[in-house]
Ligand binder design. Sequence first.
Ligand code: ZN
Length: 195
Amino acid sequence: MVNDRFDSPCWAHGPPRATGTLRALQRRLDWKESATRLIECPSSGKTRMRKIFQFESPRERYLSDAAVVWCYDHRFDQVFRKLLTRIGIQFPDPVRIAGGAKTLASPARESDREFVLEQIRLSMELHGTKTVILMLHSDCGAYGGLKAFESPEKEAENHRQEMHRAARYLKEKFPELSIQAYFVDFGGVWEATSE
Ligand SMILES: [Zn+2]
């Protein structure tokens, strides 16, 4: 099920449109030789954008295999992609925020948790998402890093409990969802099994 609002480009004042002298200027430009394309915002008349490069993105809509709540710590980017491949997630809807699943388990602010819930709800509505993957990683700044724990084992156990907390909360809000949880450390990926 896909919402109609997905058809609208992300423009605050409607689709971009070249007008007046700008249109005349555009006609004079040789698009093949010039990478510059001018687009004017109808309301302000000031917006100008320069095309950086040409790239054809797929136009087909998709159904998401899973919404993935995950931290944006770049050190774990490669293992993150590898995990998605390993568990067969081709079309993820990543919700990347500092701390990842911590935002559902023990958020700094309740509004953060509401934000993540809304992202998941939208993924379900727009892309038919039926699965959520909750993830935490070692040495996460949102938890004060690895140094906030006595040992890596203590950190791992804390994060295991946090993922269960996040899963319980999410299940209360969306009982129809299937939930998986993974902890990533510097040596690999661990799946959290049921308590
Ligand atoms: Zn982190």
